[in-house]
Design a protein. Structure first.
Lengths: 304, 480, 369
C-alpha cells in the first residue's frame, strides 16, 4: 500500500485533481447562479465550447493571451444572453433553449474551426502563465485560471448567501411572484444571473484552450459541461458544494489514469461513470436528496 | 366601477368567488393592468404600473396565497426588495432582525425574525405578510381573504391587529365573502357582483341577510327542498382514521364516521382542518397513517384510487381545474375519464369512440351541460358547466358512495341549485353522500347529519333537526 | 376561402411555423458561411447534390432518415406524457448493444426468425435504459432531464468498456469494434448496390403504429391525460407512476429499435464510436414535427438529407459539415418560440396563445407513493 501511495505521488495527484476540476467548478458555479434565479442551464457545455473557441481565436489574432481570456468571458456572456432572451423573454422551454445553444455551439465552432484554424499555419498560442509551487515535492505548476477559480469560489458563495443581489436571486428562484410583489424586477435578476453564469462558464471554456493545451480541437469540452451540471446538483446548488463535487469527479478522472499506470485492474470506464451514476443517485434521493430551487425551470410571466 | 376608501377605516369588499374582488385589488397593487379608469390616491390621480409603484405610494397587500419565500427567514422575507444593507450591498442581518422585532412589538405581531418561514404556522406566516407591508410604510393595507385559512383564535388576533392599524390612521381594504366577518370588522361595506359594485353600505344600515341577497343577486334558497332521509345500511365506514399532511403533521386525527345508504353526511369546518387530507385518504390519493376505511364491506384503507373507484366510490374533487377535469381534452373524454378503458368505451386496448360519444351526448343532455358538443374542449366551458361535467361523470358511474368535496365552489347560482338537487335525488335513490364543504350554509341545507371538524378531529355530530347554526359555528371555531 | 381564426392558428403552427423555421435556419447558416469566406449558394448546392442528385445520394439520404424516424417518434412519445427524453442517444446505444449481442449470438437460423429476435432484443435494451429514469421519476421524483442526460454518458462509458478491448470486442480486430453479426440477422437490402435496407419500411410502418397507440388506444389516452394533468389523471384512478414508466419504456424501446436496426441494416457490427449524435438530433426532429407522428416523416427526412448532404458539401466547398448543426439549432429555436417568429415578422393575431410543444406540466415533479 505504501509502495502504491509513493508511486501515486499524493501532492501531484491533488494538484492534478484541482487542475482537472477547474472547468467543472467554474461552469458548476455558473449553473448555481443561473438555477438559483430559476433558469435551468443545460447550456453550460455549449457555452464552454464556444468560449474556448472564441478565446483561442482572439488570442491567435491578437497574440495576447489575456485578451483571449477576456474574449472567452465576454463570448460566454453573449451566448448565455441568448439563452436568457429565449427562455425569459420568449418563454421557450428552458431545456429546449439549452439544447439549442449546445447544438449551435457545435455548429459555430465546427464551421469556423475548419476555415480559420484547422488549415492555418499557426500551431497554437502557447498557454497562460502558471505558478510553480517550488515548496512542494516535484515543484508542480498550477495555472492562473485554476487559481482564479479557487479565488472565485468564496466570492460567489458570499455573493449568493450574504448580499442583496444573492437574496433577490434566491427569492426569484424559489417564488418569483412573491419577489415581484416585493418590488423586485424578476426579469432583471434572472437576466443578470444567466449572463453571469455565462461569464463563469466562459472562463471555464478559456481553461481548455488557453491554460490546458494552447490549441483548439473540435468538441474539446467533451461533455465536461454536463459533468459540471452534475457537480452543481451533487453540490446541492451551492458554490462550495459544486466545488467539492467537482473535486470528487475530477479525482475519479485523475485517479483512473494513475491506477492504470500503477497496473491496477479496474477498467477506467467504471471510474468514468462515477459522476453520472452518483448524480442519478442524489437526484433520486436514494442517498441524501438534492432538491432544486422551487421555481427552477419555470418560466415567469408577469401578471400571469 | 367606483370604490372610495377613507383613512382610518376598515372597508370591506364583499362578493362571491369570482365577483372580481381580487382582480380589482391586483389592479390597485399594480399586478394587473386596468383597461380603463383611474386611481386617485390621497387626492391625486396616480399611475400604478407595478408593485413598486404601489409600494412607493404606501399601498401594501396581503395576498390570499401568501407571497413568502419558504426557505428564507422572517427577516429576509420582510426586507426583501427594500433591503437593509451596507454600502457594498451586503445584507445587514443584525439590523434587519432588530427592525423586524421592533415593528412586530409596535403592532403586537409576535414573531421570531430569525425563524425560517417554512417552519411557521399559517397564522404566523400571515403576520409576516402584514409586517412586510408595514415595513414598507404601507398606509393602505389590502387583505385578500385573510381569514380563509385561520383558526378562530388567529382570526381574533388578526382583527385586533386590524383595529390597531386603523386607530393608527391607516386604511384597510378587507376582501371577503364571509358575511359575519363583514358585520364584525368593517366600517364601510362595498358589495360586488360580476365585476360591478352593487351596493355601498355600513354594518349599521344592513344585516347579513340583506348582504347575502346583494351578493348573489337574488334571494338564496338557503333551504333546499327535500324529503325525509331513509338511511339504510352503512356503505362507508371510517374507523379511527389518522392521516398526515405533506409535512408529515397529523392532519386527520382519529376520525370515525359512517355514511349510510340514502343519507347525506356533511362535514362542516373551517378550511384547513384536515378536510383535504380526509378526502384524499378516502379517495386513495393519500395513505392513512392508521385506522381503516371500508367501502360497501370492502377494506379500501390501502387501496389505490383505481381500486377505490372500482369498489364503488364516486369522487368530486375540490380543485376542479387541477383534479376535476382535463382542460385540454374534449368533454366526451372527460366524461369517461375514470372508465375509458372499460367496456363499452374500449375493446381490449382500443378505444371505442362511438360509444364514448353516444354516452357523452346522453350525459350532456341529462346534466344540462351547456356545450357545443361532445368534442368541445372542457377548458372552454364555463365554471358551472365544468362542474356539472364532473358531477355527471361521478354520478354516471352509479357509485355506492359519492364523495363530494366543495361541489359548488366558484360556480354560478343556477349550477349550484342544479347540483344540490342532483345530490338529493341520488340520496333518495339510495346513494350515500359524503359532502365536504367550507360553506356552512351548504352543509346545513343539504346534510341529513352534520359532523363538525376542528384540527383534524370530529368534535361533534348532529342530526339535521338538532343542527344549530350558532352552536356549529362555535364548534368550528374550536370553542367546545 | 376565408379561414376561421382557429383554423388559421392551426395552419400557422403546423405548416407556416416549421417552414419559416427551416428557412430561417438556412438564412442564419448562410451568414455563417459568408463569415467563413465561402459562397453560401455553392455550399447549399453541394448540400443538395450530396443529399439528392449525386450517384446513390438519395438512397443514402433514406438510410440516414431511418434512425431519425424511430428516434423522432421516441422523443415525441415522451413529450405526449410531458416527459423530456434527452436520453434517446443513450437508448440508441443500448439498442445497438443488445442488437449486436443477439446478432452475434444467433447462428444459422432463417432471417424471419433472427431479424425479429435481434430487433426485439434491441428494443428491450432501449426499454430498460429508459424505464430506469421513468421509474426514478415515478418513485422518487427525479427529473428525467437530469437522469437521462447522465445515463447517456453512462451508456457511452459502458459501450467503451464493452467494445474497446472489452468483453464484446472482436479479438481478431485491432480496431475497437465487435464481431460481425450472423448473416441471417442482417436486414435485406431493398435496392441493389445501395445500403438502403428493410429498416426504411419498418420505420415508415412505425409511424401509423405510434399514431394509433397515441390517438386510438387506452394506453395513449393515459399518456396524454398524464401529460395534460397529473392531478386529474390521479383523481380519475389513472396510475401516474405506471404511465410515466411505460411511456419512457416505449420511448426507449423505439430508440433501441433504431439502434438495433442500424446494426442489422447498415454496419453489421458495432464500432466504439457508434452514433454520431442521431439521438441528440432527434430532439430537434420531434420538436420540428411538434410531436405529431405523421410530421415526424418529413422532419426526419429533412434531417437525414442534411446529414447525408453535409459530407459532400464539406468535400466540395470546404464548408464544415458542422454547418448543419447551425441550421438545426435555429430551426428548434424558432419552432419552440413562436413569439420570436411573430416578433421578427411583425405578425399579429395569428397564433392564439403560446404553442405548447412539450406539454410539460412543470419542472417540479410529483411522485406517487
Amino acid at each position: 500500500m505504501t509502495d502504491f501511495l509513493s508511486r501515486l505521488d499524493v501532492v501531484g495527484f491533488i494538484i492534478a485533481t484541482l487542475v482537472a476540476a477547474t472547468p467543472l467548478v467554474l461552469a458548476g458555479m455558473g449553473g448555481v447562479m443561473s438555477e438559483r434565479s430559476g433558469v435551468v442551464n443545460i447550456a453550460l457545455e455549449g457555452i464552454m465550447l464556444t468560449s474556448a473557441f472564441a478565446g483561442y481565436a482572439a488570442a491567435v489574432a491578437t497574440h495576447n493571451l489575456w485578451l483571449g481570456v477576456l474574449v472567452s468571458i465576454v463570448s460566454g456572456m453573449l451566448i448565455a444572453a441568448l439563452h436568457a432572451v429565449l427562455s425569459i423573454h420568449f418563454l421557450v422551454d428552458q431545456i429546449v433553449s439549452g439544447t439549442v445553444i449546445n447544438i449551435l455551439a457545435i455548429g459555430i465552432t465546427g464551421s469556423f474551426y475548419r476555415t480559420y484554424i484547422q488549415n492555418s499555419e499557426l500551431a497554437g498560442t502557447g498557454v497562460l502563465p502558471a505558478l510553480q509551487l517550488n515548496f512542494l515535492p516535484n515543484s508542480p505548476i498550477i495555472g492562473v485560471i485554476t487559481i482564479a477559480a479557487l479565488l472565485l469560489i468564496p466570492v460567489v458563495h458570499y455573493v449568493l448567501f450574504n448580499t442583496v443581489f444573492g437574496l433577490r436571486t434566491r427569492a426569484c428562484g424559489e417564488h418569483p411572484l412573491a419577489a415581484e410583489t416585493a418590488g423586485i424586477n424578476v426579469y432583471l435578476v434572472r437576466y443578470s444571473n444567466v449572463i453571469l453564469s455565462g461569464a463563469l462558464a466562459g472562463l471555464g471554456g478559456a481553461y481548455f484552450t488557453l491554460q490546458q493545451i494552447g490549441n483548439f480541437l473540435p468538441n474539446m469540452t467533451g461533455g465536461r459541461g454536463f459533468i459540471a451540471l452534475a457537480a452543481m446538483i451533487f453540490g446541492r446548488w451551492t458554490p462550495a458544494g459544486a466545488f467539492l463535487a467537482s473535486l470528487l469527479f475530477a479525482s475519479a478522472d485523475a485517479l483512473s489514469g494513475r491506477l492504470q499506470i500503477a497496473g491496477v485492474a479496474l477498467p477506467y470506464q467504471i471510474l468514468g461513470m462515477l459522476p453520472y451514476v452518483l448524480t442519478i443517485v442524489v437526484v433520486a434521493g436514494v442517498w441524501g436528496r438534492a432538491v432544486a430551487p422551487a421555481a427552477d425551470g419555470k418560466p415567469y410571466k408577469k401578471g400571469g | 366601477m367606483d370604490l372610495t376608501v377613507d383613512w382610518g377605516q376598515v372597508h370591506a369588499l364583499l362578493g362571491e368567488n369570482g365577483a372580481g374582488k381580487s382582480t380589482l385589488m391586483n389592479v390597485v397593487y399594480g399586478l394587473v393592468r386596468a383597461d380603463e379608469g383611474e386611481i386617485v390616491f390621497d387626492g391625486n390621480p396616480v399611475h400604478i404600473g407595478s408593485p413598486q409603484d404601489a409600494i412607493k405610494l404606501g399601498i401594501g397587500m396581503v395576498h390570499q396565497h401568501f407571497m413568502l419565500i419558504p426557505p428564507l427567514t422572517v427577516a429576509e422575507n420582510v426586507i426583501l426588495g427594500n433591503e437593509i444593507a451596507t454600502g457594498a450591498g451586503v445584507v445587514d442581518q443584525a439590523r434587519a432582525r432588530a427592525r423586524v422585532a421592533e415593528l412586530s412589538k409596535k403592532y403586537g405581531l409576535e414573531v421570531d425574525p430569525a425563524a425560517r418561514v417554512e417552519d411557521l404556522s399559517v397564522g404566523i406566516q400571515q403576520r409576516v405578510e402584514i409586517l412586510k407591508a408595514l415595513y414598507r410604510g404601507a398606509r393602505l393595507l389590502i387583505l385578500d381573504e385573510p381569514t380563509a385559512v385561520l383558526t378562530p383564535q388567529e382570526v381574533r388576533g388578526l382583527f385586533d391587529v386590524v383595529h390597531a392599524l386603523v386607530k393608527d390612521g391607516a386604511a384597510i381594504i378587507f376582501i371577503t365573502h364571509k358575511l359575519a366577518e363583514v358585520i364584525e370588522v368593517a366600517d364601510q361595506i362595498t358589495v360586488m357582483r360580476r365585476g360591478k359594485v352593487v351596493a355601498t353600505t355600513t354594518p349599521k344600515e344592513s344585516n347579513q341577510a340583506e348582504l347575502a341577497r346583494l351578493m348573489v343577486g337574488r334571494s338564496v334558497l338557503l333551504r333546499v327542498e327535500k324529503g325525509e332521509a331513509k338511511p339504510g345500511a352503512v356503505l362507508l365506514a371510517l374507523k379511527e382514521l389518522s392521516v398526515q399532511d405533506d409535512r408529515h403533521q397529523l392532519a386527520v386525527d382519529n376520525v370515525s364516521l359512517e355514511v349510510r345508504s340514502g343519507e347525506i353526511l356533511g362535514i362542516a369546518g373551517v378550511e384547513g382542518n384536515g378536510q383535504n387530507e380526509l378526502v384524499e385518504a378516502i379517495a386513495g390519493l393519500r395513505m392513512p397513517r392508521s385506522g381503516t376505511i371500508r367501502l360497501g364491506g370492502r377494506d379500501i384503507t390501502h387501496a389505490s384510487t383505481h381500486s377505490t373507484l372500482e369498489a364503488g366510490l364516486g369522487f368530486i374533487p375540490a380543485d376542479r381545474h387541477r383534479m376535476g377535469i382535463v382542460l385540454e381534452l374534449p368533454v366526451a373524454d372527460n366524461l369517461v375519464l375514470s372508465r375509458f378503458d372499460r367496456r363499452p368505451f374500449a375493446r381490449w386496448i382500443v378505444r371505442a369512440f362511438d360509444a364514448v360519444r353516444d354516452y357523452a351526448a346522453k350525459m350532456i343532455k341529462t346534466f344540462d351541460i351547456r356545450t357545443q358538443g361532445p368534442d368541445q374542449l372542457a377548458g372552454s366551458l364555463s365554471g358551472g358547466n365544468q362542474q356539472k361535467l364532473v358531477v355527471a361523470r361521478e354520478i354516471g358511474t352509479q357509485p355506492k358512495v359519492l364523495l363530494a368535496s366543495q361541489p359548488t365552489r366558484g360556480v354560478d347560482v343556477g349550477s349550484i341549485e342544479f347540483i344540490h338537487r342532483r345530490l338529493i335525488e341520488e340520496r333518495d335513490n339510495g346513494m350515500g353522500v359524503l359532502l365536504v364543504s367550507s360553506e356552512l350554509d351548504e352543509v346545513l341545507s343539504l346534510a341529513d347529519r352534520v359532523a363538525v371538524v376542528y384540527r383534524g378531529r370530529v368534535v361533534a355530530t348532529f342530526e339535521q333537526k338538532e343542527a344549530d347554526r350558532d352552536r356549529i359555528g362555535l364548534l368550528m371555531a374550536g370553542a367546545a | 376561402m376565408k379561414l376561421d381564426r382557429a383554423m388559421r392558428a392551426r395552419l400557422f403552427a403546423a405548416v407556416v411555423l416549421p417552414l419559416v423555421s427551416v428557412l430561417c435556419g438556412f438564412a442564419v447558416a448562410s451568414v455563417a458561411v459568408l463569415l467563413t469566406g465561402s459562397d453560401p449558394l455553392a455550399a447549399f448546392t453541394a448540400l443538395f447534390q450530396g443529399a439528392f442528385t449525386n450517384e446513390r445520394a438519395f438512397p443514402e439520404t433514406l438510410v440516414a432518415t431511418v434512425p431519425y424516424i424511430f428516434l423522432g417518434l421516441a422523443v415525441a412519445l415522451g413529450f405526449k406524457a410531458g416527459l423530456f427524453n434527452i436520453g434517446a442517444e443513450g437508448q440508441f446505444y443500448l439498442g445497438a448493444i443488445f442488437g449486436v449481442l443477439a446478432g452475434t449470438s444467433l447462428h444459422g437460423l432463417p432471417g424471419i426468425v433472427e431479424i425479429p429476435l435481434a430487433l426485439a432484443f434491441g428494443m428491450l435494451g432501449g426499454f430498460i435504459w429508459a424505464a430506469v429514469p421513468g421509474l426514478l421519476k415515478a418513485r422518487f421524483g427525479a427529473h428525467e432531464v437530469i437522469t437521462t442526460i447522465m445515463l447517456n454518458y453512462v451508456a457511452f462509458q459502458l459501450t467503451d468498456f464493452l467494445i474497446n478491448k472489452g468483453p464484446m470486442s472482436d479479438p481478431h480486430s485491432t480496431a475497437p469494434r465487435t464481431q460481425f453479426i450472423d448473416p441471417g440477422a442482417q436486414l435485406p437490402v431493398l435496392l441493389a448496390d445501395t445500403r438502403l435496407h428493410l429498416g426504411l419500411i419498418l420505420a415508415i410502418l412505425a409511424v401509423p403504429v405510434v399514431w394509433f397507440l397515441i390517438e386510438r388506444t387506452t394506453i395513449g389516452f393515459r399518456i396524454r391525460t398524464v401529460g395534460f394533468s397529473q392531478g386529474a389523471a390521479r383523481a380519475a384512478g389513472i396510475s401516474v407512476a405506471w404511465t410515466l414508466v411505460i411511456t419512457m419504456g416505449i420511448s426507449g424501446a423505439l430508440a433501441g429499435l433504431a439502434g438495433a436496426d442500424e446494426i442489422l441494416g447498415v454496419s453489421h457490427y458495432m464500432p466504439a464510436s457508434f452514433s454520431v449524435g442521431y439521438g441528440f438530433d432527434s430532439i430537434a426532429v420531434a420538436l420540428l414535427a411538434r410531436s405529431n407522428p405523421w410530421a415526424i416523416l418529413p422532419s426526419a427526412f429533412l434531417f437525414g438529407a442534411m446529414r447525408n448532404g453535409a459530407a459532400f458539401m464539406q468535400l466540395e466547398t470546404q464548408v464544415s459539415s458542422d454547418l448543419i448543426s447551425i441550421v438545426q439549432a435555429i430551426v428548434i429555436m424558432f419552432v419552440a418560440a413562436p413569439a420570436l417568429v411573430r416578433w421578427i415578422f411583425r405578425l399579429r393575431e395569428v397564433p392564439v396563445g403560446g404553442i405548447a410543444i412539450t406539454q410539460r406540466e412543470t419542472a417540479g415533479v410529483t411522485s406517487e407513493t
